[in-house]
Write a protein that binds this ligand. Structure first.
Ligand SMILES: Nc1nc2c(ncn2[C@@H]2O[C@H](COP(=O)(O)OP(=O)(O)O)[C@@H](O)[C@H]2O)c(=O)[nH]1
Ligand SMILES: [Mg+2]
Length: 339
């Protein structure tokens, strides 16, 4: 724990290199990663986490970029850090910057933040790199050691502890991983676009259900009304448990159109949660998911420690040869783990 003391104090004072180092430690599950998270946890709970998901090319990165600018300019009372200070955790004083600070996590193999060819036409992202108030991090999407959703959540924890007021997580909405990732956000935004065969019906049902706000980006194209109608039709079928009706916001992210409206929709949802006293409930529900995942990881690790590789192969062979039944075997191993 002691070895992390310097890292943590640098990170807390706004040192971006320390932030990067802490994130790498957590992302790579490098030695001491869990002690680092334990030490950082008391400093968390201040940041707002916004998850943005949608098909590749929908304009997520462009929108994140615009929202980042929006929040860097605005002193948005809904993101007040002191307001979020709970559990007696000290309010962070991270930078000398007056405005709200942003952390971006891109969990998207096609993301331009990762560099490469796509970055070429996105000169404006360069601006951000010179603004210490915006920190951008791409997650390795393959071979993620702790499970993608969990690792992303842990990286968000580091950003939160580093005093970032607003954390945006961009992810392509295709698989269960993505659903799990955006589920961890305080506000979940689903980005749809007109045409492209991107009919609302084809979107993974789980994602439709967890969207707090719908964005129809590329509204400069034909068919935005059609997408809106489809969303409204789906909404009329099922009311949400929390009574919130997700608004539909039309944007042209590439031109910065509709960004203020989106900011307002986010603020509306925030105040709705606050008014209905749903913030803590939502957060508890998120933690329930996370705890189950953390437990599963921890148990599995223990089970693996019990079984050397050779041992597992031997047992598997015994099951394959019907010399053992797998049900009893798993019960036996699980029993040893819990002890
Ligand atoms: N016509 C139009 N193009 C857009 C809009 N928003 C983004 N784009 C373009 O769509 C392409 C994909 O955007 P990007 O943000 O990388 O999408 P992502 O894969 O969802 O992150 C880029 O060339 C953007 O310039 C928009 O509102 N209208
Ligand atoms: Mg992207």
């Amino acid at each position: 724990m002691d070895s992390h003391a310097n890292l943590i104090s640098s990170l807390r004072s706004g040192d971006v290199r320390a932030l990067s180092r802490a994130i790498s430690t957590v992302e790579n599950r490098a030695p001491g990663w869990s002690d680092l998270l334990k030490a950082l946890f008391p400093y968390t709970g201040h940041a707002r986490v916004i998850g943005l998901t949608g098909a590749p090319g929908a304009g997520k990165s462009t929108l994140v970029d615009q929202l980042a600018r929006h929040y860097r300019k605005a002193k948005n009372p809904h993101f007040s850090r002191t307001e979020r200070a709970r559990n007696g955790a000290p309010a962070t004083s991270v930078t000398s910057l007056d405005n709200y600070t942003v952390g971006i996590i891109a969990v998207d193999p096609t993301s331009p933040y990762t560099g490469g060819a796509i970055l070429g036409d996105r000169i404006r992202m360069q601006e951000h790199f010179s603004d210490p108030g915006i920190y951008i991090r791409s997650m390795a999407t393959r071979g993620s050691l702790g499970g993608l959703a969990r690792t992303t959540a842990d990286v968000a924890t580091v950003l939160d502890a580093a005093g970032r007021d607003l954390i945006m997580i961009e992810t392509v909405g295709v698989g269960q991983d993505e659903v799990d990732i955006v589920r961890l956000a305080d506000v979940t935004i689903l980005i749809l676009v007109p045409g492209m065969g991107d009919d609302v019906q084809t979107i993974k049902a789980g994602i439709m259900e967890i969207a707090d706000i719908f964005v129809i980006n590329k509204s400069d194209r034909d068919g935005a009304e059609h997408v809106e109608k489809e969303i409204l039709a789906l909404q009329s079928l099922a009311a949400r448990r929390d009574g919130w009706t997700p608004p539909v916001v039309k944007t042209v992210a590439s031109e910065g159109k509709g960004i203020n409206e989106l900011g307002a929709a986010i603020a509306d949802y925030e105040s709705y949660l606050k008014k209905q006293n749903l913030e803590l409930r939502k957060s508890s529900e998120n933690w329930q998911e996370r705890l189950v995942e953390m437990l599963r990881d921890a148990m599995l690790e223990k089970a693996r420690a019990q079984l050397s590789d050779g041992n597992l192969a031997k047992l598997a062979a015994e099951v394959a040869e019907h010399r053992r039944d797998p049900y009893t075997l798993v019960e036996e191993i699980a029993g040893k783990v819990v002890k």
